[in-house]
Design a protein around this ligand. Sequence first.
Ligand SMILES: Cc1ncc(COP(=O)(O)O)c(C=O)c1O
Length: 411
Amino acid sequence: MTTAARTTTPGSTTFDVAAFRAHFPSLHGAAAHFDGPGGSQTPSVVADAIARTMTSPLANRGSVTTAERNAEAAVQGARSALADLVGGDPRGVVFGRSMTAVTFELSRAMAKAWGPGDEVVVSRLDHDANIRPWVLAAEAVGATVRWADFDPASGELDPGVVGALVSDRTRLVAVTGASNLIGTMPDLPAIADIVHAVGAWFFVDGVHLTAHAPVDMVAFGADFYACSPYKFLGPHCGAVVGRPELLETLHPDKLLPSSDAVPERFELGTLPYELMAGTTAAIDFLAGAVPSEGSRRERLLTSLAVMQAHEEESRVALEARLVDLGATVWSRAQRRTPTLLVSFAAHDCKDLQRFLGARGVNAPAGSFYALEASRHLGLGDAGALRIGLAPYTSEDDVDRLVDGLTAALAG
Ligand SMILES: Cc1ncc(COP(=O)(O)O)c(C=O)c1O
């Protein structure tokens, strides 16, 4: 691929947005996309990998025919790629229709070992997909749910808040790697220490984080790390990477003839081979987005660090322009992704979304399933305008957004 970075001085790299954008057919002469936190645009290589898988001989997994081997290669390839992306073990990659679906499955399997007196901790910073599965699973077996609140003024989730909620009855703590509403990136290693000190498991929702930062689930202290390829340039599916030795202890409901091996035990029905191939292609694309040497894991860490620095620079510049326009910025944490949540006095955010949309600027308004977070911020269920930067966001996109908002606010 044409790589999307140019070296300026030895050891420092500038991200070349134009070269990167050239890989995305949907970006050519069309809308300015600030809707990446809902789902990213797709480079051709991902669509090609999906089409290639579907038009090549394909059967159920096996080793006898080419068709069987192609399916097997798609599965093994995706497990290995996802493990490289998050710093996990390929044997612990559970693939599914969505993060939500896999998390629900895992929550029900874990809850088989919970009962009255056991406790789970969830956070109000999280997307509902890392709240409701745990709440419902706990309720079904009579376990207790404890809620960790973030500070609405700062957007921070203090690890001490989690520390005050755990006990030797805590079985699981579920916290996001980054909020999809206000971008906050909690101090995961500090929370993990607290969780592990009481012998509980730590489930991290990395769906929003994985698109914006180098990920190392081992360094984070995550026992389970969830992500969704469609947020990082891949197809619509989800995965949870767990520690294989913990997955071995779980026994989900499954069909009698289906494999009881880990991770297959958790993967109901036939796997979506083409989406798995698309996921691998997205991860390979990210690894190659910035020229560097080494293993795929090493190249991913380099690419994501360069993109993160680029996105952070763009975020700071855009935020200053939004403040100049009179925005209230709800995303305020010290460490956060380039996802801005803003509102403008006397302007309905849905109206702003429609106005911008008519000008080809896609910036949605809402609470984006981070319902608890939106309510805790005082924004109710309506939320606010979410402006998400992605590696493909150009300066021209940003100008179009600011011009659009200027016109909307004047109108
Ligand atoms: C932070 C976060 N967690 C979980 C999800 C749910 O992911 P999926 O659509 O794969 O179920 C989303 C989707 O927007 C999200 O942003």
